[in-house]
Design a protein around this ligand. Structure first.
Ligand SMILES: [Mn+2]
Length: 490
């Protein structure tokens, strides 16, 4: 039977065979939406193959974390959503006979390879836009199922309680792979592409996914209608985006039943297709009449990924809301909660995850208020603030990005944020804008070089990057970063 990504088929089969030779497996995964879904896919595939395993999560797979893994009794370690970039260190432990690594990852590999290494980048597939860690894990899960025909349940699709039942071919796990890809921003152009698309097709065939053109706004399942529109700031529709009263007026003019019988606001997911059409057309008309560029208006519509086995009106039904929920659990180091939700724990874990997301949103808005109130320090080419312990280091970067454009905080230079990490380490997060990136800004280089200059370590993407530096060296860091940004934008 052919797997979803033919290019990876042979390697996936070899990795699957190696796993089946193990008495038991240590599953190590990254803590974020993609890593949690990767682990959930791998865990279910291992369980269905009858392989005993234990799961551990790491925020960063650094030398210490790898050494701790090597110190366990496990002879076989499955790394998901990380491992490739750390192959140099992992390889040393492999050479020493500590364990055999099996890796399902999509990040840039370090300068070394290993036999059981499943990564789209090794086969000419883009790991940033075509396959995520969860996608690589899914490819492995499908290969495992092929080796172990009939170990799992019958080929059912949907159970009575709205949960998905195990399929012998593991195709039901495609839904989680899509949540992982969406969580890794691989659908940022409006829809998933390349190898991801083939996973979507398998999910649709298995009855766990539905796709369609829909409004590309966040919160279609859970946000009250007026909030859905008010918070749609990406496209920026005058009189609606960021405008509570405006959104409400806009909806009231549509002659639509806005509230449910119980008095609650209706959600987008509860509208009939006719009602959706009414709102969508009116939104487009408003955008056109207020001069929103056509390219922006196109972004109003995208492909939606609906997890058809999940109840309507819950975060779990929408891939993007699901991944946001998982990221909230990850940011507060509750991988156990996120994994529980992925594995179908719909009472305890789901309630906890929702609470974490509510707290996260409150922390963000408090953080943004704090930065806006206290202001930033402007250097020649960047602006910065130090939150100390008043904003968690795990969210200080998001806060910095969201505060840009507020009073006193420029959008014409990047923002650098510091927050305490440990007693002697400070986390640095930097955010830019796509406009600045077009002008030459590359924050990944800025963070790498400026942190090295103060004996720290950093990296990331051009528009968003981070570093860890020794406490007390912040001023030097700012000076060096300011110079580099100045060179990039000159
Ligand atoms: Mn990933």
């Amino acid at each position: 039977m052919a797997g979803p990504v033919p290019e990876l088929e042979d390697r996936a089969t070899r990795c699957a065979r190696r796993l089946c030779e193990a008495d038991r497996v240590l599953l190590a995964s990254h803590i974020d939406a993609d890593g949690l879904t990767s682990a959930a896919i791998a865990a279910q595939a291992l369980e269905r193959a009858g392989l005993p395993f234990e799961t551990v999560f790491e925020k960063q797979l650094d030398e210490e974390a790898i050494a701790a893994i090597a110190a366990t009794d496990y002879d076989t370690v499955l790394f998901t959503d990380f491992g490739s970039g750390q192959l140099d260190v992992i390889g040393e432990h492999e050479d020493a006979g500590a364990f055999t690594p099996v890796i399902a990852d999509h990040h840039q590999p370090a300068d070394r390879d290993t036999e059981y290494h499943l990564n789209p980048l090794l086969f000419g597939i883009d790991g940033a836009s075509e396959l995520s860690g969860a996608g690589a894990s899914y490819v492995l899960a499908r290969a495992l199922a092929d080796l172990e025909p009939g170990v799992a349940a019958d080929g059912g699709a949907t159970g009575a309680a709205g949960t998905t039942t195990a399929r012998a071919d593991n195709r039901d796990l495609a839904a989680l792979a899509v949540v992982g890809a969406v969580g890794d921003m691989q659908a940022s152009g409006g829809e998933l592409q390349g190898a991801n698309e083939r996973i979507v097709e398998e999910g649709v065939d298995a009855g766990v996914l539905e796709t369609g053109k829909d409004l590309a706004l966040y919160g279609k399942q859970t946000r009250p209608l007026p909030k859905l529109l008010e918070y749609a700031t990406d496209v920026g529709i005058p009189g609606i985006s960021g405008d509570e009263a405006g959104s409400l007026r806009f909806l009231e003019d549509l002659d639509l039943e806005l509230r449910r019988e119980d008095g609650e606001w209706r959600r987008w997911s509860g509208l009939t297709s006719e009602e959706k059409q009414t709102v969508a057309s009116a939104l487009v008309r408003r955008a056109v009449s207020r001069g929103v560029p056509a390219k922006k208006i196109d972004q109003l519509v995208g492909t939606s990924y609906v997890l058809s086995a999940e109840p309507v009106g819950t975060e779990l039904r929408d891939a993007s809301e699901f991944s946001t929920l998982l990221n909230a659990t990850a940011r507060y180091e509750r991988a156990d909660v996120g994994l529980g939700v992925c594995l179908g724990n719909r009472s305890d874990a789901l309630e906890r995850a929702r609470k974490l997301l509510r707290n996260h949103r409150r922390n963000l808005s408090e953080g943004i208020d704090l930065v806006t109130r206290e202001g930033v320090t402007h250097e020649a080419h960047l602006q910065w603030f130090h939150a100390e312990d008043r904003i968690r280091e795990t969210i200080v970067g998001i806060v910095a990005g969201m505060a840009m454009g507020n009073e006193g905080i420029s959008r014409s230079k990047p923002i650098v944020a510091f927050a305490e990490k440990t007693d002697d380490e400070v986390k640095v997060s930097a955010r830019g804008t796509h406009g600045l990136v077009r002008d030459g800004l590359d924050l990944s280089t800025v963070m790498t070089e400026a942190s090295r200059a103060v004996d720290g370590d950093g990296g990331g993407h051009d528009v968003a990057a981070g570093a860890t530096v020794p406490a007390g060296r912040e001023a030097e860091f700012v000076e060096r970063a300011d110079e580099i940004v100045g060179e990039q934008l000159s």
